[in-house]
Design a protein around this ligand. Structure first.
Ligand code: COA
Length: 182
């Protein structure tokens, strides 16, 4: 699927950011973004390709098309979620250091939630290293709830995983809050 899902403004340089479904041609750029982030999950090109090809049935894989300072188009970030029946699990979200703190991850998550909502998903799950305050800040700001910890879940270095969920109740309360404020 190459349909553009959504356009938003790019707060830093006012260039549009397009969130769209990934396609296999994006894999080299995805690997490049992933390499820039030691805290991300690291997969092979084949693993990314198979996730991309399993979209709509078993995965939701989104990329953010951005523009650099010279107005050159480039992928600025990506998000991959596994779909198991009505449960969606965010497996990886990475934004290239050049584009961080410009709401790219927020827009990727927004787009994922819209698709999860449209597909009548029941829950969105994820786990993250306890020390990854950037990712935890992102999820918590979006309304994900911490529901548990898995001690010593990660290696190199040994670290606990923090588990987060986002469910129908969370989306309804976000909607109600928006209605009250509008
Ligand atoms: C986590 C990550 C995806 C965030 O991407 P991003 O596009 O910079 O995030 P956003 O600009 O949408 O930030 C949204 C909110 O998340 C939080 N946040 C993001 N980066 C943060 C940081 N470095 N420190 C603290 N909070 C941070 C803030 O609440 C931020 O809102 P604000 O900018 O208004 O304060 C990015 O830092 C990244 O790629 N990290 C490496 C890979 C990784 O660890 N992925 C998570 C694996 S589970």
């Amino acid at each position: 699927m190459s349909r553009r899902l959504e356009a938003n403004s790019h707060p830093a340089n006012d260039q549009p950011v397009f969130i769209r479904a990934a396609n296999p041609n994006d894999v080299p750029a995805i690997l490049n973004i992933e390499k820039s982030a030691p805290s991300a999950a690291h997969w092979s090109a084949d693993h990314y390709r198979s996730r991309i090809l399993s979209q709509s049935q078993a995965a939701c894989f989104l990329v953010a098309e951005c523009r650099d300072d010279a107005n050159k188009p480039q992928l600025g970030g990506f998000l991959c979620a596994r779909i198991v029946a009505a449960e969606w699990e965010i497996e990886n979200v990475v934004v290239h250091p050049l584009f961080r703190r410009q709401c790219i991850a927020t827009q990727l998550i927004q787009s994922l939630i819209e698709q999860w909502d449209a597909a009548a998903g029941t829950v969105l799950l994820l786990e993250v290293r306890e020390s990854n305050m950037a990712a935890r800040g992102l999820y918590e700001r979006y309304g994900f709830r911490e529901v548990g910890r898995r001690p010593s879940y990660y290696r190199d270095p040994d670290e606990s995983a923090v588990l987060y969920t986002f469910d129908r109740q969370t989306i309804e309360s976000r909607r109600n809050r928006r209605n009250v404020n509008s």
